[in-house]
Design a protein around this ligand. Structure first.
Ligand SMILES: Nc1nc2c(ncn2[C@@H]2O[C@H](COP(=O)(O)OP(=O)(O)O)[C@@H](O)[C@H]2O)c(=O)[nH]1
Ligand SMILES: [Mg+2]
Length: 393
């Protein structure tokens, strides 16, 4: 037998061994439009994890580029690769949690599917966690020996630093990169924390650390954070914002749901915009329209309402629904019209409730307030379904 044959045989034996060996590690890879990155990533996992019995779970939120089809194609030939295809859902945190809950492996890792996270760190991380010496292994972009130079995004390094500083303050966890998206822990610890995880935006690692009862023993692994291979970042702009939303969700989200709080806050700002436009209009219009069929007030009120509604639509699209943001002129136009229709229904509910309350003898202002609250709840419920929800596009 020649040497290459021997090498092949050894390779085959090792593979056979890892398919009969009990599963040791699951790597959860949330994806949204990552089609071009999958095949090469599986190859890199295969290289990095030689001798380890692993599976990879792609959790795809129905990416329009067909990422899930690509993942299924790979999976047909490689059973270590699995696909969780979610419909009508968006969000990195919930994708990671659901992926980690979908495996029988005793140890689970989460990493990006865009090649920013180097799979070569996985065996070391596994050793730290599987031995029981540590509870969590974190690949850190900011630990001693790590680098973010290849990333080429100093703006995002700064944003991450700010978020990390706040994170360290509020959780008391001393970690160089609590917002890291690349980490590993025992599946058992994850399952214990799962019922109390927020699953909204919030960087999932921080959520796990803040949720778990005992103090986690953490080992950091310096990561050379690369530029993404193909496609574009979905999370850009929103890191710090997402983080603040996550904090809110953790502390108050159970009392007033996070999205509703955002929607309501934006609505309140919308009222200010409305009043500003109305007063500007009334000042500028002066006596001009006096005596016409439409009064200054009626015209001003209509313009202000349209502007405020448009303002609310765009702000909600950018912030409240950042994770399901509508993009492109056609989708935005459709969304804007649907939002307008939704708000008119909300207005009817608002006025209806307030009028009934006044008839029952309530004072006008509390009645108006009740109308506003009911109208907002209505707007929120309807628009989250029809504008940004699964029926939205
Ligand atoms: N399932 C799922 N994955 C997502 C979503 N948003 C981002 N991802 C994936 O999460 C990983 C990190 O996202 P990315 O856009 O690279 O964020 P960045 O690294 O912070 O710029 C990538 O693998 C994305 O494809 C989402 O809404 N759902
Ligand atoms: Mg990325």
């Amino acid at each position: 037998m020649s040497n290459p044959d021997l090498a092949q045989l050894a390779d085959f034996a090792q593979r056979a061994d890892t398919t009969t060996k009990p599963l040791e590690l699951a790597i959860v890879l949330p994806t949204f439009n990552e089609r071009g990155n999958l095949a090469s990533l599986v190859e890199r996992l295969d290289d990095a994890l030689a001798g380890i019995s692993w599976e990879a779970i792609f959790v795809d939120d129905n990416s329009p580029d067909g990422t899930s089809d690509e993942a299924r194609k790979i999976s047909q030939h490689d059973r270590r690769v699995r696909v969780l295809h979610r419909i009508g859902r968006r969000g990195l945190a919930s994708a990671a949690i659901e992926g980690m809950m979908a495996t029988a492996a005793p140890v689970v890792a989460v990493m990006d599917a865009d090649h920013q996270h180097d799979p070569a760190l996985l065996p070391g991380m596994l050793k730290a966690v599987a031995s029981g010496e540590y509870d969590v292994a974190v690949a850190s972009r900011f630990a001693e020996g790590a680098s973010t130079e290849q990333w080429g995004r100093p703006d995002r390094v700064r944003a991450s630093n700010i978020a990390n500083a706040i994170a360290r303050k509020v959780t008391g966890v001393e970690l160089s990169d609590p917002m890291s998206g690349y980490f590993m822990l025992r599946a058992e610890s994850l399952r214990a924390a799962a019922p109390n995880l927020s699953g909204v935006g919030f960087k999932i690692l921080l959520d796990i650390l803040a949720t778990s009862d005992q103090t986690m023993r953490i080992k950091e692994f310096p990561l050379n954070f690369a530029a993404r291979a193909e496609g574009e970042s979905k999370l850009d702009r929103t890191v710090v914002f997402e983080f603040l939303v996550g904090l809110y969700d953790k502390w108050l989200g159970r009392i007033i749901p996070t999205r509703f709080a955002l929607f309501g806050t934006i609505g309140a700002v919308g009222v200010v915009v409305h009043m500003a436009i109305l007063s500007a209009f009334l000042t500028l219009a002066g006596e001009g329209l006096r005596g016409n069929v439409v009064t200054n007030f009626e015209l001003g009120q209509t313009i202000a309402a349209l502007v405020a509604m448009t303002f609310n639509f765009f702000l909600n699209n950018a912030l409240t629904y950042a994770d399901k943001r509508l993009t492109g002129a056609a989708a935005l136009m459709r969304g804007w019209i649907k939002f307008g229709v939704t708000c008119s229904v909300g207005l009817l509910a608002n006025v209806g409730v307030a009028a009934v309350l006044v008839r029952f003898g309530f004072h006008e202002y509390p009645a108006a307030l009740a109308g506003i609250v009911i109208g907002s709840v209505w707007n929120f419920a309807l628009s989250s379904k029809f504008v940004w929800g699964r029926y939205g596009t």
